[in-house]
Design a protein around this ligand. Structure first.
Ligand code: NAD
Length: 236
């Protein structure tokens, strides 16, 4: 549903009734994940709040009446200890690193693949059996415009989001017979710490104002000429 005042803004989408459903949102301590946790809880779901930031996970879980899980998603053992009885899985946790390929630290590249591709795969393995037993499940992968298009200096992020797109398509094919859907959400630039850090870094590097970085760099190719709010992504 879009607003009449601002046709680009998704507002007031009616909440589906998720009473009795259990959701897990990764990276739910901040930004888009936190907004998803709030939206799912508002729709009646019990929410498992997963984040490596223990304090943020605790605060969001308390705010939405859910359960905090202070977990580093780069650690497969920690993922194995998460609950399996999940009906709605939101693979959202992510991080960015901006550098030319020839200068890109290999350990950062590997970490980004671990958190943004391997962890969603491990969580699917972990949660799909429960969804299949109940013949119902929803997998939502927070991808990005960068799951469909490239930007220079974001090799790890673009590779990971394209990988997540492929994983999501396979999950959709395998899950269909079991009542399980898998979809990607592909936002442009959203007002969260992940993007605010990039704006500050670019403004400092080029000696320009943060608002000029937003207008001239980030939104140059965007149809909607403003940053998207996390709640708008959660509504989708
Ligand atoms: P954010 O930095 O506000 O939140 C990311 C969260 O993920 C943080 O709470 C962080 O602690 C958590 N996290 C990171 N690494 C983790 C790990 N190893 N284990 C557990 N938790 C970890 O970022 P955001 O902008 O809300 O991004 C959320 C998702 O949305 C990401 O997948 C990002 O790629 C995607 N996305 C963001 C934008 C944007 O413009 N902000 C646009 C498109 C897609």
């Amino acid at each position: 549903m879009t607003s009449r005042q601002d046709p680009g803004r998704v507002t007031g989408a009616p909440h589906p009734d998720l009473v009795g459903r259990t959701a897990m949102v990764t990276g739910a301590g901040s930004g888009i994940g936190r907004a998803c946790a709030r939206a799912l809880a508002a729709a009646g779901a019990l929410v498992h709040v997963v984040d490596r930031d223990a304090q943020a996970a605790k605060e969001v879980a308390a705010a939405v009446g859910g359960h905090p899980h202070p977990v580093d998603l780069a650690d497969p053992q920690a993922i194995a200890e998460l609950p399996t009885a999940v009906d709605i899985l939101v693979n959202n946790a992510g991080l960015q690193h901006v550098a030319a390929i020839e200068a890109f630290p290999p350990d950062r590249f590997e970490l980004i693949q671990k958190v943004m591709v391997t962890a969603p795969f491990l969580l699917l393995r972990h949660c799909l059996p429960h969804m299949y037993r109940g013949a119902w499940g929803r997998v939502v992968n927070i991808s990005s415009v960068h799951g469909l298009r490239a930007s220079a200096f974001k090799s790890a992020y673009v590779a990971a989001k394209h990988g997540l797109e492929g994983l999501s398509k396979v999950a959709a094919l395998e899950g269909a017979a079991h009542g399980v859907t898998s979809n990607c959400v592909n936002p442009g630039y959203v007002r969260t710490p992940l993007v605010e850090d990039q704006i500050a870094a670019q403004a400092a590097a080029h000696g320009v104002r943060p608002e000029d970085v937003v207008a001239d760099v980030l939104l140059e190719r965007s149809a909607v000429k403003r940053l998207i709010e996390p709640e708008e992504v959660a509504a989708v």
